[in-house]
Design a protein around this ligand. Structure first.
Ligand SMILES: Cc1cc2nc3c(=O)[nH]c(=O)nc-3n(C[C@H](O)[C@H](O)[C@H](O)COP(=O)(O)OP(=O)(O)OC[C@H]3O[C@@H](n4cnc5c(N)ncnc54)[C@H](O)[C@@H]3O)c2cc1C
Length: 423
């Protein structure tokens, strides 16, 4: 057995990178450095609740250094990956160069605007904590501006929200904003008596929640329709110009708020061998998550494309469970490899998918059956508390939900505009 301590650099502390790193904590055979642009891990499935002012951002985020407290073999390096220098086993980051024996790429994905430049410049994405806080500020400011303007057309624009993307994220934010409009609108904005805000949910596919079951699709359409959300399917957003969202059927919707949840593309990693990326820029890996054409570089989670799992010949869905399971298995395999023990190929264990549509209503697709309604809503709450990092976060989130759902009156609608970052 090789007894030298192995330097492992893992780039990205999302579900994949963090679960990988946690498995190697306290294993003295490895010196692990986790690199991330941010100094915290966060939980993307609940971003929409931060964006709508329902929960605090600290409920769903956790500092890496706190996680690594008193773990001698763990280091955190704050910085963004610039390139991989595979011939000399180093990476360049915005804050320095790091050497590795094994490199693990877990940078996830970024918002895909499908080359529509106006949308990229003006739409509101929901991929990071900063996006969620920015969206919250934008929507609250739009309400204040709508109160102040005397121009009816401008008021309508400010009170209209267009959501592009009818997947779980689009459905969840549409439902939450519509419900908050009903519960809070009349209480807090007496200026709008007799004026209704409008929410449009647009998807290019034929139905909402495309990859989910028919039960889930029908329930989402029914519940959102009852909440007054205007659902437009089979039509794509083509442009966002002159304050109007332009659809490919020629319709133009005047609005100041286009929320973009339409798609993702893998983050770019300069320096990998030619031919090592595929569709959606995903990094091609073998059954053990080793990057094509490399000896000691691995990719896990949303950023990788693996077609060796017999149930998923076209690659895995980009979901939290895939990232978590790949992170854990890679850590196990590395330890086995060093100990000259057998390693296992990745096989995804599908635990199902869920979406919350409104208060007390959710949909759940388990591998063998689907269900909806109150039970699905409770299961959704439970499942989204369990994987949160830190007991305090779990307790705080449970309290926030209890307070907000019972009172219909969360108190987090604060417009906070941080100053420019120090460079
Ligand atoms: C709004 C939203 C809702 C979602 N809801 C669900 C859901 O309900 N269920 C579900 O299963 N999945 C859901 N997903 C998908 C799920 O979040 C992803 O599949 C999962 O996060 C992938 O994990 P990952 O570790 O590969 O990437 P990520 O979790 O995206 O982590 C990537 C990490 O890399 C860091 N990073 C990025 N670029 C750099 C760089 N250049 N240098 C250094 N670090 C970098 C980031 O800061 C981040 O910490 C949702 C995603 C979003 C955006």
């Amino acid at each position: 057995m090789d007894t030298a301590v192995k330097k492992v650099v893992v780039v990205g502390g999302g579900f994949a990178g963090l679960n990988f790193a946690k498995q190697l904590m306290s294993n003295k055979d490895f010196a692990v450095t986790l690199v991330d642009t941010n100094n915290y891990h966060f939980f993307p499935p609940l971003l929409y609740q931060v964006a709508s002012g329902f929960i605090e951002l600290s409920n769903i985020s956790y500092p890496f250094r706190r996680l690594f407290q008193e773990k001698e073999n763990m280091r955190f390096h704050m910085g963004s990956l610039v390139r991989v220098n595979k011939d000399n086993n180093t990476i360049d980051t915005t804050t320095g160069t790091l050497a590795y024996d094994y490199l693990v790429l877990a940078l996830g994905t970024e918002t895909n605007y499908f080359g529509i430049e106006n949308v990229k410049q003006q739409a509101l994405p929901m991929k990071t904590i900063e996006d969620a806080v920015n969206l919250r500020n934008h929507l609250l400011l739009a309400m204040e501006k709508a109160v102040m303007t005397n121009d009816p057309a401008e008021k309508e624009k400010l009170l209209t929200i267009v959501i592009a993307g009818g997947g779980p994220t689009g459905v969840e934010i549409a439902g939450m904003l519509a419900e908050m409009g009903h519960h809070i609108g009349a209480k807090e904005y007496p200026e709008f008596t007799g004026i209704r805000s409008r929410i449009y949910l647009i998807d290019a596919g034929p139905v909402l929640l495309g990859p989910m079951s028919k039960v889930a699709q029908a329930e989402a359409t029914k519940v959102l329709g009852k909440l007054g959300v205007q659902i437009i399917t089979g039509v794509a957003v083509k442009d966002y110009a002159d304050g109007k969202v332009i659809l490919d059927n020629g319709t133009a919707i005047p609005t100041k708020s286009l929320i973009w949840t339409s798609g993702v593309i893998a983050r770019e990693v300069p320096g990998l061998p030619e031919g090592s990326t595929g569709r959606g820029r995903r990094i091609l890996v073998d059954a053990f998550n080793k990057v094509k054409g490399t000896a000691n570089i691995f990719a896990i989670g949303d950023i990788c494309y693996q077609d060796t799992d017999p149930q998923y010949p076209n690659g895995h869905p980009q979901l939290a469970q895939v990232a978590i399971q790949q992170g854990k298995l890679l850590a196990h395999n590395l330890q086995q490899f060093i100990a000259k023990q057998p390693i296992r190929p990745f096989i995804y264990v599908n635990k199902g998918s869920m979406a919350i549509i409104s208060k007390y209503k959710a949909v759940a697709d388990l591998p063998k059956f689907s269900f909806k309604g109150l039970l699905a809503w409770f299961v959704w709450l439970f499942i989204h508390i369990i994987p949160l990092v830190g007991f305090r976060n779990k307790a705080k989130l449970a309290f926030s939900w209890f307070y907000s759902f019972i009172t219909n009156n969360p108190t987090l609608r604060l417009i906070i505009r941080p100053k420019e970052r120090i460079s």
